[in-house]
Design a protein around this ligand. Structure first.
Ligand SMILES: C[S@@+](CC[C@H](N)C(=O)[O-])C[C@H]1O[C@@H](n2cnc3c(N)ncnc32)[C@H](O)[C@@H]1O
Length: 276
């Protein structure tokens, strides 16, 4: 697994990948046929209110808004907001008296999300450029933090959870969807930056992930659901990336990539910052 020294390399690969996803309107977590993954994640009603461009660049592996139990007037923060899908869904729930802030490090994603927010007429959303390990948000100011398939991409996950804890108000809630490991990754997959960028190789074992959340100070940490992939789904994910990899002369074989996808689960996790 890339250690601290390769954090820069990971960030460069991840930023490059998501710039492409934003500019080419591609979804990183897509299988065939296009859109088949999204309907497993969001309800038909949620998908109907989202613009096509947001869905096309969506890179979700779960639906954190569905476990966030948002209320009108709340302040919500989305870690790694991408094209803004979860920000827009949360903004409907918190209403005009609430606010949703999305933080992302990739300019092309921020540009796209801002354009869509304007077009959809939201004035209770704001996208900020920044790294989720160093949040551009003041302490004790957020009611609920959501995040969708992002923390797995970060080498220093403990720092992300410390930052999440800092910005949440006492009693505030963390409601996230993310990829964790339920089996060991094949050795050759661990160092593969393409598999890291598509939210596979940066994942850690579920138990380790939960202890990092607890170590930051969170309590009542609970996995609310866990979805693994069937072999057919794993093969479909790998197939969509094969041509791209061939063009770039990447050597990781397809079978290893399939085994890597079979080692991950999409978890939804809730946790709380203790009330004072
Ligand atoms: C898999 S996509 C998920 C996007 C969005 N949450 C969704 O569900 O469509 C990961 C996003 O996280 C952003 N990201 C990755 N690492 C980040 C970091 N360390 N700080 C801020 N944003 C990051 C990427 O730019 C990308 O937009």
């Amino acid at each position: 697994m890339p250690g601290k020294k390769s954090d820069e390399k990971v960030k460069a690969a991840v930023t490059k990948h998501y710039s492409k996803m934003a500019k080419k309107s591609k979804s990183c977590c897509e299988s065939e046929p296009r859109g088949s993954e999204l309907v497993k994640i969001y309800t038909a009603e949620e998908l109907a209110v989202l613009p096509k461009e947001a869905k096309d660049s969506n890179c979700a592996c779960g639906n954190p808004v569905a476990i966030a139990e948002l209320e009108p007037g709340q302040v919500v923060l989305d870690l790694g907001s991408g094209a803004g899908v979860d920000v827009f869904l949360a903004a409907r729930n918190v209403g005009p008296k609430g606010k949703v802030i999305g933080v992302d490090m990739t300019d092309a994603m921020l540009e796209k999300a801002n354009k869509l927010a304007k077009r959809m007429g939201f004035d209770n959303v704001e996208f900020r450029k920044g790294e989720i390990e160093n949040l551009p948000v003041v302490g004790d100011s957020v009611d609920v933090i959501i995040s969708n398939c992002v923390i797995n991409l970060v080498t220093d996950k403990e720092r992300v959870f410390r930052e999440a804890y800092r910005v949440l108000r006492p009693g505030g809630k963390l409601a996230i969807s993310d990829r964790v490991l339920v089996k060991d990754l094949p050795d050759e997959a661990r160092e593969d930056l393409d598999l890291w960028s598509v939210c596979v190789s940066g994942a850690v074992m579920e138990g380790e992930y939960l202890s990092k959340i607890r170590k930051a100070g969170f309590v009542k940490v609970k996995v609310t659901d866990r979805r693994t992939y069937s072999e057919q789904e794993a093969r479909s994910f790998v197939k969509t990336g094969v041509e791209e990899r061939k063009k770039r002369r990447r050597t990781l074989d397809e079978e290893t990539a399939v085994q890597a996808f079979l080692a991950v689960a999409n978890d939804r996790i809730v946790a709380f910052k203790p009330a004072k």
